[in-house]
Design a binder for this molecule. Structure first.
Ligand code: 1QQ
Length: 376
């Protein structure tokens, strides 16, 4: 029977002649663009993350559409970093806009809340910044090109330990942010693996602005470094306060540190902040240079990690769409996406592993004179 079906398909294709007519079940050529829904943190305290993601996506979309192999339309929803908003956005994009796939949400907590809906609906969803443990365990429609903390953090910690001869450190994290908690646990494990003692662990909450109690205690313990897992706003204020009360040691962060907004808010106090990232614009590479030049021309600034990973994510979708040969078939797109193996993006060589997590390299960065530079 299968043989017959293949025979029929071949006949149909052959019968069409010239290869220009569509095969059965595929879209007629030139039909509607592939509609991709984007859920991002576009307003509120962490909006710099989402705005960068939008910029990277818009630039990639224009380039992909100009190339003309596939056409993509992006439909944005602002989740404001809120789990309920993310759920509403995902439902709306799937059921009202009828998107073929999703990008986002920005935060791991939002993905844990809304990813299961996409998965149950059979809609591929790809996180470009969701770095917590367990994201793709949600189900087989869930992907990420965001580098998991479990890959990034051990590199940053190991490098910091070797470079600064760390023996004892203090830890701080936002305890009401799912990703920050996960990142903290990953850091704790990495410290253990490197034989580093933790003198104290202090917590706070997203949107907190006063960290003097925690930092006064930490200061009295004289740690060799402080590890912080939080979004940029809290992290920047932690750094500011720490330097103000005389804590001069390095601060090692999780993915929240990867926004230039950290430096903008903290100013000089950000110097000595260390973080691992798959994105470093200073790398000598034609693809990176072109991306940075085009991004600068469009937005008048250098792209950050969030822009770069979203830019790559849309190209990954574009090549999966091209392979799938349909702009509307969600299941086909999922299967096609899962086979992406030798993609070359601005964040380097990329492949999905069997659990739809990225296989890619990271660079350890340190802020020096208000700039992310490579820690070597
Ligand atoms: C996550 C993160 C944040 C820093 C994204 C902005 O890595 O929530 O997973």
């Amino acid at each position: 029977f299968t043989g017959m079906m293949i025979g029929t398909l071949l006949l149909t294709t052959a019968g069409c002649g010239g290869g220009s007519a569509p095969a059965a079940n595929s879209e007629p050529e030139g039909a509607g663009a592939a509609k991709i829904g984007v859920v991002a943190y576009l307003s509120g305290g962490g909006a710099a993350y989402g705005q960068s993601q939008k910029e990277g996506l818009d630039l990639a979309k224009d380039e992909i559409n100009a190339l003309g192999k596939v056409k993509i339309e992006l439909v944005y929803e602002d989740s404001r970093g809120n789990n309920t908003e993310a759920i509403n956005a995902v439902n709306k994009l799937i059921n009202k806009d009828n998107v073929v796939a999703l990008i986002g949400p920005t935060l791991s907590g939002e993905m844990f809340a809304s990813g299961p809906i996409a998965n149950q609906s059979g809609v591929p969803i790809m996180g470009t910044s969701t770095t917590a443990e367990g994201i793709t365990d949600i189900g087989e429609f869930v992907f990420r090109n965001a580098l998991p903390e479990s890959s990034a953090v051990p590199q940053a910690v190991k490098m910091a330990v070797e470079k600064y001869n760390l023996k004892k450190v203090a830890m701080m994290y936002s305890s009401n942010n799912d990703w920050a908690v996960s990142g903290y646990k990953t850091m704790e494990q990495a410290l253990k693996d490197n034989g580093v003692e933790v003198l104290a662990t202090e917590t706070f909450a997203d949107k907190d602005t006063d960290f003097s109690a925690q930092l006064t205690k930490i200061s009295s313990l004289k740690p060799d470094a402080v590890m912080v897992s939080s979004l940029y706003q809290e992290a920047a204020l932690v750094l500011k306060k720490a330097r103000e009360i005389g804590i001069t040691v390095p601060f090692v962060g999780t993915n929240g540190f990867n926004s230039p907004e950290l430096i903008k808010i903290a100013g000089k106090a950000a110097d000595g902040a260390i973080v691992a990232s798959p994105w470093y614009p200073g790398k000598e590479n034609e693809k990176i240079t072109k991306f940075v030049t085009d991004y600068k021309a469009k937005y008048n600034k250098v792209p950050d990690q969030f822009a770069a990973q979203s830019y790559d994510a849309l190209y990954i979708y574009a090549s999966a769409l091209e392979k799938a040969g349909s702009s509307t078939d969600r299941a086909k797109l999922r299967d096609s996406l899962a086979t992406i193996k030798d993609f070359q993006g601005v964040t380097g060589k990329f492949a999905f592993d069997e659990k739809r997590n990225p296989l890619m390299d990271a660079t350890v960065l340190i802020v020096k004179d208000g700039q992310f530079t490579e820690l070597k």
